[in-house]
Ligand binder design. Structure first.
Ligand code: PGA
Length: 243
């Protein structure tokens, strides 16, 4: 496991964007596994800047996102499809037909999960998976206690996750969806390379638990200790127990 520490969020985001850029340059038709949340926004901004300068070309890149809220589609500004369009896809020359976010509004949710697994398989898997980490150690929406052997599936969101995300609904917990569709841990672990980004003092303890503690479904990100190509990028506050 390689760890890159930066003095602050801006510089951590630049390192993350550099690693994503390297992947795109090395393999122009690569499959990027992408993430939402506050953490990756800085990296996406940097990628957009390098694209605008002419340093990056996304025309052959394909993407799969980790997760989506059940009940929301791209018309909702809190959907993850909206997030991805807004923060990245609308600003680069990617073909939107090559961008995939699980469907949160499919009539048949089980079928939507199976279809998403098939999308990933048909692209021969993910080259580089970008991850954030929740305060409870979740990756994607794989909450504590989830079996490690799941592919895309429907999850019930934990109270902790809903409370953490209520900030996007002006703190109104009742508005936060109760379920989500997420890639499973098995899918994440099949990515050829993993880039996890964490910033802020509030992530320090879970980073310690995930990467120096026991490997357990109670801390979903701890499974990454078993992956052979993981890069951790963060600011000094988040990585303080790992340096
Ligand atoms: P955050 O979320 O980037 O908004 O902290 C991370 C996550 O919950 O995976």
């Amino acid at each position: 496991m390689r760890i890159y520490s930066a003095p602050d969020y801006y510089h951590a985001s630049r390192i993350a964007a550099n690693i994503i850029s390297a992947q795109v340059i090395m393999k122009p038709d690569c499959v990027l596994g992408l993430a939402t949340g506050s953490t990756p926004i800085g990296a996406y901004e940097q990628l957009v800047k390098w694209y605008e300068k002419g340093d990056l070309d996304f025309k052959e890149v394909r993407t799969v996102n980790l997760d989506e809220y059940c009940g929301l589609d791209e018309t909702s500004d809190q959907s993850y499809r909206y997030f991805m369009n807004h923060h990245l896809f609308d600003h680069i020359n990617i073909d939107k037909a090559n961008t995939h976010v699980p469907s949160g509004t499919a009539a048949d949710a089980e079928q939507a999960c199976a279809d998403y697994n098939e999308v990933i398989r048909s692209m021969h898997g993910v080259d580089l998976q970008l991850l954030g980490i929740g305060h409870n150690g979740h990756i994607g929406f794989n909450e504590p206690g989830e079996a490690f052997d799941k592919e895309t599936h429907i999850v019930t969101l934990s109270d902790k996750t809903r409370q953490a995300n209520a900030r996007f609904w002006d703190g109104d917990l009742s508005q936060v969806p109760t379920h989500a569709i997420t890639m499973g841990i098995k899918t994440v672990m099949q990515a050829r390379k993993i880039l996890l980004v964490a910033c802020g003092e509030d992530k320090a303890q879970i980073m310690k638990d995930a990467f120096t503690g026991p490997i357990t479904p109670e801390v979903p990100a701890s499974v990454l200790q078993l992956h052979n190509d993981v890069v951790l990028v963060g600011d000094e506050a988040a990585l303080q127990y790992l340096l």
